[in-house]
Design a protein around this ligand. Structure first.
Ligand SMILES: Cc1ncc(COP(=O)(O)O)c(C=O)c1O
Length: 443
């Protein structure tokens, strides 16, 4: 028997010992319960009065002129793309490491998604790679503040302005976060974000668009909010359309979500401050462990908001090649809550290159590109995005500050790091079948 719980040793802490609320999210209070019940009781689920209040408060929180609620984050991002007039023949650049909803809907507008690389240091869009992927057809860039961390907005905005490129921020992973003292979602031309249950600002299915640009706001309204068109367009501007939304979309938010959102706004910043405190306490205890590194913004005034699905760096070489998945399993057995990897690198999917999504008879991604232009070549090799999944671990998503418990998680990390040699395995290939068996190497 080894020392590690993965091989029969005694775990540092067992699941049964954990308080029920340790990882539970969102934190629900009576005001949220009442707010959602009130919407149901009054049958006001499909109105917009509560959603408008939520928009007003959300915009105020960001110091932003316009906020527009959506049924989900995907819709808000599509509306943001439509807002900046992304259309047929345009290219939109997006980091390869993100959730597909950051960019995929662009293809429905006739645009081509071109992927760029991320920085290993902070997992954010690499400004140099962004710039290297610009062509005369690049209309916009989607900047994802990935896994709660702010992207390098100074560098990105400078490149985008130099080339006349619109900036769309995807704040789905980082609501309430800052870059150099300024709220995420307020740097670019427009922002979209998911507010679904798994996110940091969690209200159920929901999305939010933010902008200071009246024309982008008006376009977003006409795209997915039929019942508000007459409030932002004059009868002359819209006379021939009979107030039918362009694109035929209906993106209205469920007002139960909006009502929860209004309550969430009152307590969210306090809650994420507690998470930040817990995570920093944990990291203070493990910062000297060789081979792992916290990913946290370096710039003053920048923070990691809500620590949504947060990841930390893992260096397999420091552990004689033990892979991150094995290491995370060992950690998780000692103290539940550790994970590994991150999103699948989108640039490896044929959806963005060769699939005829809408039945036009040729691949959607190149439909409006100049003949002979290969979208896969526009993206090219992305070395960091291609390998990052083997170099990350995920911290347990602590939602409360329980120092005694955190001490045990710290102990778990030290224990696995000190005993990692138990995790070294031998690969044995069966010469007849070619099957590979992994056997634990004797420590
Ligand atoms: C980075 C990112 N963008 C967009 C979305 C899409 O949001 P939704 O699921 O609310 O449509 C998600 C996740 O859900 C996401 O993680």
């Amino acid at each position: 028997m080894g020392k590690l719980a993965l091989y029969g040793g005694t775990p540092v802490i067992q699941k049964e010992e954990l308080p029920e609320n340790l990882f539970h999210w969102p934190i629900v209070n009576d005001a949220m319960r009442k707010a959602q019940a009130d919407v149901l009781e009054t049958g006001n689920m499909s109105g917009t009065d509560i959603s408008r209040k939520f928009e007003e408060k959300f915009a105020e929180w960001h110091g932003c002129k316009y906020a527009l609620t959506h049924c989900n984050g995907t819709a808000s991002l599509l509306a943001a793309m439509y807002g900046v007039v992304l259309g047929p023949g345009d290219e939109v650049i997006c980091p390869s490491i993100t959730y597909w909803a950051s960019c995929t809907a662009a293809m429905g507008l006739g645009a081509t998604v071109v992927f760029c690389d991320i920085n290993e240091k902070d997992l954010q869009i690499d400004p140099a790679s962004f710039e290297a992927h610009i062509t005369p057809r690049t209309k916009a860039v989607i900047v994802v503040h990935y896994m709660a961390h702010p992207a390098d907005m100074d560098a990105i905005m400078a490149i985008a302005r130099k080339h006349g490129i619109k900036v769309i921020e995807d704040v789905s992973h980082a609501q309430g976060g800052h870059y150099k003292g300024k709220m995420l979602g307020t740097f670019g031309d427009v922002a979209g974000m998911s507010l679904m249950s798994g996110k940091s600002f969690a209200i159920g299915e929901g999305g939010m668009l933010l902008t200071n640009d009246l024309e982008i706001y008006r376009r977003a309204v006409r795209f997915g909010h039929y019942d508000r068109i007459s409030q932002v367009y004059s009868p002359e501007e819209f006379k021939a359309t009979n107030v039918i939304p362009f694109g035929g979309h209906k993106f209205r938010m469920h007002q139960v979500s909006a009502a929860i959102g209004l309550e969430q706004l009152k307590k969210y910043e306090d809650e994420i401050a507690v998470i930040d405190k817990a995570m920093k306490y944990f990291w203070n205890g493990v910062k000297d462990v060789k081979g792992i590194r916290m990913i946290y913004p370096e710039d003053p005034g920048s923070d990691k908001s809500g620590w949504y699905a947060s990841r930390f760096g893992y260096d397999p070489e420091a552990f004689d090649g033990v892979d991150n998945i094995t290491f995370s399993k060992a950690l998780d057995k000692e103290a539940p809550g550790f994970t590994a990897c991150c999103n699948f690198p989108l640039h490896k999917s044929s959806v963005y290159y060769s699939v005829d999504i809408f039945g036009h008879g040729s691949p959607t991604a190149s439909l409006y590109l100049p003949p002979g232009t290969d979208p896969e070549k526009l993206t090219g090799e992305l070395p960091v995005a291609s390998t990052i999944n083997s170099r990350l671990l995920g911290e347990p998503p602590f939602k409360h500050f329980y120092p005694e418990l955190l001490d045990r998680y710290i102990e778990a990390v030290h224990k696995v790091a000190e005993n990692y040699k138990e995790l070294l395995v031998e690969k044995k290939e069966d010469s007849q079948t070619g099957n590979v068996a992994l056997t634990k190497r004797k420590a």
